[in-house]
Write a protein that binds this ligand. Sequence first.
Ligand code: RBF
Length: 170
Amino acid sequence: MASKKKNLSSFEGASVTDAGEMRIGIVTAAWNKEVTGSLLRGAIKTLEAEGVDRKDILLYEVPGSFELPQGASFLIESLQPDAVICLGCVIQGETRHFEFISHSVADGCMNLSLKTNIPVIFGVLTTDNHEQAIQRAGGIHGNKGDEAAYTAIQMVNMKRMLKKKKGQPS
Ligand code: RBF
């Protein structure tokens, strides 16, 4: 369960600066669109509120969560954004697809981010049922799309700060 401290959409202590200079890609899975659409609206709203220009938010859709890492990879290769947010919703069903898909997407996002050194943010809900997903996409547990957007900005910020520091005498 998301505690208030862990819930970044209500985390005011985050040192978020300079988002006006950022280009952020968002790849959204079409599966469970009611949920992923809410995640997407939350992410866009947060990026804009933090100063990212609407034209610098690059929106793309893939069929399902399994395709998110490859969609993010295509986006990075073609458009070189500062970060990519992957949004999806995988709901536990009767089959083991849930685990295969969830693990593949998590590993895919991590591997891509380490390979490219571009933050690839894991904004994928993995829930037992539809109701739990709704509550994390603008319901009582906040909106994980907002959190993914804050995370993207914070990671780009960190990369830029360290890059600047590298050029300075210690
Ligand atoms: N994609 C999702 O984003 N969320 C799901 O809950 C989901 N469940 C799936 C269940 C089954 C049995 C299958 C075959 C696919 C599912 N997918 C789901 C789609 C998957 O991410 C991918 O788009 C397809 O498997 C095609 O590669």
